[in-house]
Ligand binder design. Sequence first.
Ligand code: FAD
Length: 469
Amino acid sequence: APVIWWVRRDLRLGDNAALAAAAGSGRPVVPLFIHDETVEALGAAAKWRLGEGVAAFARALGARGSRLILRRGAALGVLRAVAAETGAAAIVWGRAYDPAGLTRDKAVEDGLDGTGIELRAVAGSLLFEPWTVETGQGGFYKVYTPYWKAVRDRDLPEPAPAPGLIPRPDFWPASDEIEDWRMGAALGRGASVLARHASVGEEAAQGRLGAFAAQKIADYAERRDFPAAGATSRLSEHLSWGEISPRSCWHAGLRAMEAGKAGAETFLKELVWREFAWHLLWHSSHIAERNWREGWDDFPWSTDGDSPEATAWKRGRTGIPFVDAAMREMYVTGTMHNRARMVAASWLTKNLMTHWRVGMGWFADHLTDWDPASNAMGWQWVAGSGPDAAPYFRIFNPETQAAKFDPDGAYRDAWIAEGRQSPGQGALDYFDAVPRAWGLSPDAAYPAPAVTPEAGRRRALAAYQAREG
Ligand code: FAD
């Protein structure tokens, strides 16, 4: 009897414990991806990117003589049906850690209880299972640095190679066609622009990691904050969809550290920020829903995502070049440099006094590297309402930030076309990506800011001081 390998956000053959368990069972393996309610709920860019990832992964499995079966519907019903059709005796999957995934998995476990089908969830997409990292008092970590100290010296097994053979079943159950899922439908014309900038699949992920470890990691600590420098790994979209395991990244970082490359430890620390985000989400799922800290619910944020200020922010038309460059970079590439994420998020939540949930939702709709943990932690950190938020009320000044991290204006030039003699391709791509209804043109005048950095800062500080009572 076959084993169903339920593929989720782990679109890889290498270092995949669920695949290893399935292939190692000696039974034929039926790889299955389900377009369930968690896929339905994805933002437009993430859903498109998942579709690309699933298609690439289906090709990779095909090249191994296996297949990826695609089905649509609630996971429990689909698993029941595929188990009945194939006579499967077992289902194995890589664990989820987010509330929606956990709810779905619980429904599957409850629903298949007593059917005799063996169910097995194995460690999936993290370096450290969230419940294995505890403070001296037995609770979870709420501050990054002690979390980092608690995990940095842990021994992690080397990443496991892809299994040599994925045993095939005697016959394949029916499968949907990925094209029929229309994963890019919500994206409109932006899909073809994103396609030019996305990096998809396990091979591409390994290529990025290899190139980063060989060329960039040494200078990573010094250069990672400069958005035009191309100095970061750009692995986030691969990590998000599980096209590479964090363990592969961790060991590449460790090897670079042993080779004396200066930036390697900083890279490991960033990988641990991702772990910390999942640790927080797993232990306190409300981080993705409401203010993590108490006392923030009265903060006078506007929750109107369609206000003129929020609309200008979303459309990269705030009149603050660093912020607008950031928003456009995301629209065109599906990712945004980390420094730019912080500055853009600060501008929305502080200077424009708009709720972080508005920004979190916009990012969720436009990031191809979206993950619920890092996005929620990032927004609450910047907004000041989150765990490990800056100890004082941090308001990034985009002009100071630009002077420091984009001194020659290369980042702003790369993404803003208005008022420039010969704008670059990325800056022009923006106008191809956005809905026509926005009525944007590279020949229009660049807007003046509705709020100056100084006025916005004063308003935000006053609100913060009022909150402090
Ligand atoms: P590198 O600098 O090369 O770092 C390596 C890896 O470490 C990244 O791929 C990522 O997995 C992890 N990492 C680095 N910085 C962070 C961080 N601050 N928090 C968590 N993990 C980190 N990251 C996402 O993957 N998905 C999101 O939805 C997301 N939303 C964010 C929202 C806000 C408001 C902010 C401030 C940050 C957000 N981040 C998110 C974190 C970070 O900006 C990206 O992970 C990073 O820019 C990805 O680029 P890179 O792969 O080149 O990173």
